[in-house]
Design a protein around this ligand. Structure first.
Ligand code: PGA
Length: 239
């Protein structure tokens, strides 16, 4: 089902105390009834869940293991995440792919595990600048979608995050983002059916409305601007 979802990705930011201050400032600013998610570091999940309980804000993690339990040093299981209040999980973020060896195959395994445990997955896809300039955007995205979603059905949220736009201040123009998401939608919906697709990459309080106005863009996955309560609230409150 397509719906407005605004998800923050805190990445490796926010200590316990910082998370508490964020929530205290952010919650009273929320005026929207859209789906709001904060994907926080593992150590913040339980605290943010407790602090947002009863509000419209839901909590997510930024990764999940593909196995139920066992000898997987440094990983965290779906059951553990659910136990502390996570409802969502980001899978296959480009930083995981670039720095921690995540591949379309591991994305697919993690995605199946999230669905098995009823965690709502936010699966990221996106091309590098070199790939875009070489005219390979569609080829790259098609492969990420085909392998990443192989054998999957259910409520999967997708996020189109052009790697050249993440943390760089260079947002894709609304038209480019919209056109690319149209392509992703056509491919992904063959497997998933109607799906919410978010845009991510330097979305901020100033440009969010113009991106969210586009017909293909259902919401946003927001990094830097999700660390600032006022900015994140402005994005959440977009029409
Ligand atoms: P950014 O990050 O908004 O800081 O560009 C987005 C993301 O990586 O999810």
């Amino acid at each position: 089902m397509r719906r407005r979802i605004i998800a923050g990705n805190w990445k490796m930011n926010m200590t316990k105390e910082e998370a508490k201050l964020f929530v205290a400032e952010f919650l009273p600013l929320v005026e929207s009834d859209c789906e709001i998610v904060l994907c926080v570091p593992f150590t913040d999940v339980h605290r943010v869940w407790k602090l947002t309980r009863g509000s419209s804000v839901k909590v997510g993690a930024q990764n999940v293991a593909w196995a139920d339990k066992g000898a997987f040093t440094g990983e965290i299981s779906a059951e553990m995440l659910k136990e502390v209040g996570a409802e969502y999980v980001i899978i296959g973020h480009s930083e995981r792919r670039a720095y921690f060896g995540e591949t379309d195959e591991t994305v697919n395994m993690r995605l199946k595990q999230a669905l098995k445990y009823g965690l709502k997955p936010i699966v990221c896809v996106g091309e590098t600048l070199d790939q875009r300039e070489a005219g390979k955007t569609e080829e790259v995205l098609a492969a990420q979608i085909e392998k990443g979603l192989d054998g999957v059905s259910g409520d999967v949220i997708l996020a189109y995050e052009p790697i050249w736009a993440i943390g760089t201040g260079k947002t894709a123009t609304p038209e480019t983002a919209d056109e690319t998401i149209r392509f992703i939608r056509a491919r992904a919906e063959k497997t998933l059916g109607e799906t919410s697709i978010l845009y991510g990459g330097s979305m901020n309080a100033a440009n969010a409305q113009s991106l969210l106005d586009m017909p293909q863009i259902d919401g946003g996955l927001i990094g830097g601007a999700s660390l600032k309560p006022k900015d994140f609230a402005t994005i959440v409150n977009c029409r």
